[in-house]
Design a protein around this ligand. Sequence first.
Ligand SMILES: Nc1ncnc2c1ncn2[C@@H]1O[C@H](COP(=O)(O)OP(=O)(O)OP(=O)(O)O)[C@@H](O)[C@H]1O
Ligand SMILES: [Mg+2]
Length: 442
Amino acid sequence: MAKNNPDNATIQADASPTKDFFISMLVKDIELTRSILDLIDNSVDGARRLKGNGSFKGLKIVISATPSAFTITDNCGGIDRQLAEEYAFRFGRPIGMTTVKHSVGQFGVGMKRALFKLGTHFKVESTAATGSFLIDVDVAAWKKAEGWKFTLEPTAQKLVPPTGTKITVDALHVSVSEDFGLETFQARLKRELEAAHTESIKNGLSISLNSVQLDAREPMLLRSKRLKPVFRESTHGKPSEKRVKVRLYAGVGRAADPKADPREAGWYIYCNGRLVLGHDQTQVTGWGTSSIPKYHNQFSKFRGFVYFDCDDAAKLPWNTTKTGVDAESAIYRTVQREMVTVARPVIDFLNNLDRETKADPSAAPLTRDLERAKLVGLKQVRACQVFVGPTSRVVVKKVTNISYSRPPELVERVKKRLRVHTLREVGEGTFDYYYRYEIKGK
Ligand SMILES: Nc1ncnc2c1ncn2[C@@H]1O[C@H](COP(=O)(O)OP(=O)(O)OP(=O)(O)O)[C@@H](O)[C@H]1O
Ligand SMILES: [Mg+2]
């Protein structure tokens, strides 16, 4: 260093980004389905800009994802020319940009990241009330060219009547094209889109994928006279700033196909109506921490839903890919403590249910209570600070404790075969097995 700078003068280190960082690196941190979601998020924000809190009826997003091309077309207001010139194609959101209230967009990268993730040639055509434009980018040529501009061509006629945006990516990356040809991928994409934007679909927004209309996957909880889910509301932040409203629901659910219960169990977290974390069964949502056990299938009916809403998207605890929460944020930490508190009585109820089923499945009042309960949408859940479950009728038969010791490697094998997690379950499982075949069945 001293050799090149004999005068010991201050020198500047080059910290400018490379285009390759955005084209090849940034896209590695996000899955293809999640990247496509970013484009739908933008159309949804367009719908919000147009309609505010009103109904989205009449607005639609049409997506086509085939091995040869990807297109997404919406009639959600289009991209304003000035916004396109000064902001929409920048990497990162500049300070001072006017924002949409209660938006899903926050970071200023989603669209560009998705375009690079999908392929090597893209077009963005848009018509807003202020005019139309077209951007046509060959990624390899843009990478070689000097500067960071995309050319915005004004278009004479309105391309997407009346106002809206059409994005086309042909020249798909090989892996993307292969994925689009797979039925399993298409089914997953459909599922993720439906889950992520349930709220907008319910609000009248029509979304189709390869000509198939998407349905809202409405969160539901079981409710009856003896079974009351939690519903708490709170507000966070300084009164002088935009505050974050939090709605928290927890209780028990029932998948349409009972085999799907273990897959659907866990916490669901939404920020400004967009699902960022689904059926989470990890420490991020409190499982396996001091007061909540690690998730296992005994809890497959557990369902929790948390909604963070704020006019200022920057206050929300999501990560930049919107695939999870910012677990370090103060607001998430506060709410996570509350999630653990409200989950405990639900876990106790599910433990009782499990004990009851194991003791004698033919006389199981809690199971019958659950069967009688109705699945209701969250709008129908009334405020209730603590989960109420029908605990009082648990049949507590007189029981005797048995204790014995066996070599750990044998116990581990039995545990695996029984598909259980605790020593207690090993003991109960082996006893029940003996009783069923050697005593009851004789
Ligand atoms: N379909 C669309 N309709 C209207 N405006 C759009 C559309 N697609 C993109 N835009 C505009 O382009 C901008 C940039 O989109 P991009 O997804 O890159 O960033 P963002 O949405 O602001 O933030 P984030 O990275 O959090 O998604 C958006 O803020 C929006 O103004
Ligand atoms: Mg976006």
